[in-house]
Design a protein around this ligand. Structure first.
Ligand SMILES: Cc1cc2nc3c(=O)[nH]c(=O)nc-3n(C[C@H](O)[C@H](O)[C@H](O)COP(=O)(O)OP(=O)(O)OC[C@H]3O[C@@H](n4cnc5c(N)ncnc54)[C@H](O)[C@@H]3O)c2cc1C
Ligand code: SF4
Length: 560
């Protein structure tokens, strides 16, 4: 028999990452009693190692096999290393499955307070009406049930709190925000920016990023040490563990329950209402129930949808919120396997060991299929690029002795561009429960079906070609481009498997991320995205979450 919590909470939030942190902060600060259930351990400054040299590690960060043993999937992305691999899910204990012909690397699965925001790349970009209303423009898929003007005040609110360094550009398709002063571009980045604007009319701007350049709410400005994915003792990048979640707990209204792996939402069979959740304690493997008036899932898109499927009852045999049959379908995640690199002159720069490291590069704004443009012949929607320059020693220099010592000091500057492209929401990219496999806690796992379509393949090719075109326009030498099919598929920006929509027959959530079927059940992570525009998703996840919390508070005031 599961044990029951003594308290009954107003709201129960599952997951403490980008979305869950905001839900807790917004609701606890208005006086609601919130329980935050997080599968991972508590996070603290004592775990941060951004200033620790590799020689202080047991294996000097030189034994990837040690990490791979328990994190064969997580360690495929280099942010999971000997420094921090115990923040990530143990892939053997918490597996998922895929069809044999559709391998998918589900990376960035964190098990710490703060979720993915512990290690994220921090690029923070707004969506625009071309994104929210893309179906009206090109006829594919569905428009979002809200527009830019609905979200703009929430983008403002979130950016001011998070602290986003950025440059205003006045572009309609990449709206400006409430920026902290910009981190400087390198000489090569400025050079690239000027040349591609002049020759191709494209905009390369500072990658708008959740790194502080001014003090904010007790957090210090960035001191350019580099590896943000290992934590930050000055709290200079945005991680919900030391921002939103800490604020929520400081109110005295938010109770963090760590190591709580939520298995299912509990339903009141007589009222079609959620009444709490059942979770498994990850340390004791014992079940517990927590009761609340409202349940909000913020466990990251696939994890939240897994909970909805695992919560099926005789009244809801296909999973909660799934009267439309759409739950689990339209999985999207950016493709990023097209791009290029080239060499630039050093322009007076000198390489150094242990010098400052700028944690932010550039972002090239989308330039395909914008409003009023001739549509591209081979694909719809668009892509942007992340990239930047890297000044290093000439490690490949030839020779020996004094000649080698001299040659190695010759600065080398490489310039990299990686495309991030929109993936169309397609019915046949989906997740479901695998009836044959359970995780170590006895919870059925997901089976993920995901592959690229024709639109993605054509877009990736164009990402490679356009990267070459821009590098050439900027005067780079030794240009190399790439445009691989993204197989195995992998992702860090998954979205769309409990989509929002105005029509309950075609969607799971309304525009406030409330399930159409169960009025006190919300899903406030990216699973609600109706489409997944090429800009990175997290700023929009957070803005939507705050907006939905404001709606929820109104509902509660009206006694819903
Ligand atoms: C390496 C990397 C780089 C990235 N770079 C960027 C970027 O530059 N810009 C950008 O916009 N986005 C980026 N992202 C994506 C970004 O981190 C996510 O979009 C964002 O964190 C998602 O927020 P979330 O609240 O949905 O989930 P998360 O932040 O992942 O939080 C989910 C939390 O829920 C918990 N949880 C899961 N299942 C359960 C359960 N059953 N019970 C209880 N708790 C559970 C998890 O432990 C986790 O703590 C990056 C991600 C990674 C991994
Ligand atoms: S680069 Fe800046 S934000 Fe990143 S860990 Fe260092 S000080 Fe913190």
């Amino acid at each position: 028999m599961p044990s029951k919590s003594k308290s009954v909470f107003d709201v129960l939030v599952v997951g403490s990452g980008a979305s869950g942190g905001w839900a807790c902060k917004r609701l606890a600060e208005t006086g609601l009693k919130v329980a935050l259930l997080e599968a991972g351990r508590p996070q603290s400054d004592a775990n941060f190692s951004e200033h620790k040299p590799a020689f202080e590690l047991k294996y000097r960060n030189l034994a990837p096999d040690i990490v791979r043993k328990t994190r064969p999937i997580q360690s495929k992305f280099d942010v999971c290393s000997e420094y921090n691999y115990d923040w990530f899910v143990n892939d053997l204990e918490e597996p998922y499955t895929t069809p044999k012909d559709k391998p998918f690397d589900w990376m960035g699965r964190l098990r710490m307070t703060g979720g993915r925001t512990n290690v994220w790349g921090r690029v923070s970009l707004r969506f625009c009406d071309t994104d929210f209303k893309s179906a009206s423009q090109d006829g594919y898929g569905e428009d979002w049930p809200l527009g830019y003007s609905d979200l703009a005040p929430y983008y403002d609110l979130v950016e001011k709190y998070v602290g986003v360094t950025g440059m205003a550009e006045g572009l309609e398709h990449l709206p400006d925000g409430q920026f902290q002063p910009p981190m400087p571009l390198t000489c090569q980045e400025s050079f690239f920016r000027d040349r591609i604007k002049e020759k191709l009319g494209r905009t390369a701007t500072l990658a708008r990023s959740a790194n502080l350049t001014r003090p904010l709410n007790g957090r210090g400005p960035c001191h350019y040490c580099g590896p943000c994915e290992r934590g930050c003792v000055t709290h200079s990048y945005f991680n919900s563990a030391f921002t939103t979640v800490a604020d929520a707990i400081a109110t005295g209204n938010c109770t963090l329950i760590s190591n709580a792996m939520v298995h299912r939402v509990l339903m009141d069979p007589n009222q079609s209402r959620a009444r709490g959740v059942l979770y498994i304690d990850r340390q004791t493997h014992q079940p517990h129930e927590v009761i609340a008036r409202v349940v909000i899932l913020c466990a990251q898109a696939q994890e939240s949808v897994r909970i909805l499927f695992n919560s099926a009852t005789s009244q809801y045999p296909n999973g909660l919120g799934n009267s439309s049959g759409v739950l689990g379908h339209y999985l999207t995640a950016h493709v990023r396997s097209g791009g290029g690199n080239g060499d630039f002159p050093a322009l007076g720069g000198k390489p150094s060991r242990g010098g400052p490291v700028k944690p932010v590069g550039i972002y090239v704004a989308r330039f395909r299929n914008l409003k009023g443009q001739q549509p591209h012949k081979k694909f719809i929607r668009g892509y942007g690029y992340e990239g930047g320059s890297n000044l290093d020693f000439n490690w490949d220099a030839d020779g020996f002795g004094a000649a080698y010592k001299k040659a190695i000091l010759e600065p080398r500057v490489s310039f990299e561009l990686t495309g991030f492209g929109e993936v169309l929401p397609r019915w046949d990219n989906f997740v479901e429960i695998d009836p044959n496999v359970k995780d170590v806690y006895g919870i059925p796992v997901l089976k993920i079906h995901m592959s690229d379509g024709e639109n993605e393949r054509a877009m990736i090719q164009d990402m490679g070609d356009s990267a070459g075109e821009m590098l050439e326009a900027a005067g780079a030498k030794n240009i190399r481009t790439h445009a691989h099919p993204s197989a195995p598929r992998w992702a860090l920006h998954e979205a769309g498997i409990a989509r929002m929509g105005a029509d309950p027959k075609k969607s799971v959530l309304n525009q406030f991320q409330q399930t159409h079927d169960i009025k006190n059940l919300y899903v406030m992570d990216a699973s609600g995205f109706t489409s997944n525009p090429c800009q990175n998703p997290t700023l929009t996840i957070m803005a939507l979450c705050v907006r939905s919390c404001d709606f929820l508070m109104q509902e509660l005031k009206q006694g819903a």
